[in-house]
Design a protein around this ligand. Structure first.
Ligand SMILES: [Zn+2]
Length: 457
């Protein structure tokens, strides 16, 4: 027979754990139909001698939530063989969003993942309120990779609690009652799970920890109940070890809580785990704790990276020294390039005092013209699709009809839930969220930030 495509002579690693073998691979109508010595002809052949031939990789921890809007092939992941991605990790997502919330969510993503907030604001349509509506938007985009996403705790908390979402005080029963329907809606609409951030590495621009960092166990167990009803994965950027936990007691409690969540929901729990020099054997202890919990009926699967994490630091961005007094003095010197602030961005850097640095230029380019996909650079074997879980049949969103007491609470985020009953977002949402205690302001109006070093984890 004549195949559509034959990839000849590559080293096939089929992903089953089987040993690598030299073989041909035939593809017909988009599916692998034969692996071995293929003698038939093909309409197209690829000589893969000296190459490895594998199924596409699934990257289960990405923050491509915004990038997909202007880069549907998800570069540079696809250059490394990734054909399916999961976004919405670490609690940071762009849905659900209440009026006035989009800038906060964009700036939080910039602070946590170093993705320019203005590019996020300009690159996305923001034509949604609920997570399901966000998935509709993603589904309608042209994509070169398959995409699935988790609903983020930060966004849920901000939509329900507004500014109070950043407080260290625990959420009230009323707050939890407002949040759970949002998670239900997201999972019902096809979210692959729920994600949260508990690490002290993730902060909003003014230095406070991202919403949900201090969430008490009862709040997280309420989300576990939602996962129990709908199915899905619980993903956490976990709080593990460090200087404040030399004996590992808090780390043990953290893993035990994940065990409780997994047993209660019957769901898998996953979190990132790497070896760190501060506590060189902590990862081994964590794995022991995980084994204990799994032996007690939990299903916890830590993730790790396939290589070291690399971070580029520069004077125009956040650095590890930002909270040191000595560095603060240097940072405020008049001739020193200041970090690119929202003020400079909103004026296109028009002020003579705004920096004209590489990151400013990068931002300007992104704002003026989001990079266009270069299909030739990264051909996709087939158009990507949006994964949606099908754990439950579809239904109406409970959020849309919610009239919880929190929706009537006034504050900076006045009536944050009111938009849930509205079919369209507010026309010109204003940014009402204000940092509680900006660390410093330079005379240029370009706010200097005192966040933590950016970490992609
Ligand atoms: Zn992450």
């Amino acid at each position: 027979m004549t195949h559509d495509l034959v990839i000849r002579g590559g080293t096939v690693v089929d992903g089953t754990g089987a040993a690598a073998t030299t073989a041909d691979v035939a593809i017909d109508d988009g599916l692998v139909t034969e692996v071995g010595a293929i003698h038939g002809s093909a309409r197209r052949e690829i000589d893969a001698d000296g190459r490895i031939v594998t199924p596409g990789f699934v990257d289960i921890h990405t923050h491509l939530d915004a990038q997909l809007a202007w880069d549907p092939i998800a570069s540079s992941s696809c250059w490394h063989g990734v054909t399916s991605i999961v976004m919405g990790n670490c609690g940071v997502t762009f849905a659900p969003v209440a009026p006035g919330g989009r800038e906060f969510l964009a700036e939080m993503m910039e602070s946590v993942e170093d993705i320019p907030a203005q590019s996020i604001l300009d690159g996305l349509s923001w034509n949604w309120n609920t997570y399901g509506e966000y998935l509709d938007e993603i589904e309608a985009l042209p994509k070169g990779v398959n995409v699935g996403g988790m609903v983020g705790h930060c966004a849920v908390r901000v939509a329900a609690m507004g500014e109070r979402s950043l407080d260290e005080d625990p959420a009230t029963a009323e707050d939890i009652a407002a949040m759970v329907p949002m998670v239900d809606e997201a999972l019902d609409a096809g979210a692959l799970g729920f994600s949260t951030s508990r690490t002290f590495l993730h902060r909003v621009p003014d230095g406070r920890y991202v919403p949900g960092t201090h969430a008490a166990e009862d709040e997280l167990l309420a989300f576990a109940d939602s996962l129990g009803r709908h199915g899905g994965v619980f993903e956490a950027s976990a709080r593990l070890g460090g200087r404040n936990d030399p004996e590992g007691r808090f780390t043990r409690d953290e893993i035990h809580m994940y065990g409780d969540i997994s047993r209660r929901a019957g769901c898998p729990v996953t979190f990132g785990l790497t070896q760190v020099d501060i506590v060189p054997d902590m990862h081994l202890r964590v794995l022991d704790h995980v084994a204990e919990e799994n032996a007690a009926g939990a299903h916890i699967r830590p993730q790790t990276t396939s290589r070291q994490i690399g971070i580029l630091f520069g004077l125009t961005g956040r650095t590890p020294f930002d909270r040191a007094d000595g560095w603060r003095d240097l940072r405020d010197l008049p001739d020193r390039p200041t970090p690119v602030s929202r003020t400079c961005r909103s004026t296109g850097g028009a002020s003579s005092r705004c920096p004209t640095t590489r990151s400013d230029t990068t931002w300007s380019a992104a704002r003026a013209s989001p990079p266009r996909p270069n299909a030739a650079a990264c051909p996709s074997p087939r158009p990507g699709s949006t994964w949606r879980s099908n754990w439950t049949a579809g239904g109406s969103s409970p959020c849309r009809s919610s009239t919880s007491a929190s929706s009537r609470r006034s504050g900076c985020w006045s009536d944050p839930r009111s938009s849930w009953a509205s079919p369209t977002p507010a026309p010109t949402p204003s940014r009402s969220w204000t940092p509680a205690s900006p660390r410093s302001s330079s005379p240029t109006g370009c706010v200097t930030r005192a966040g933590s070093p950016s970490r992609r984890a």
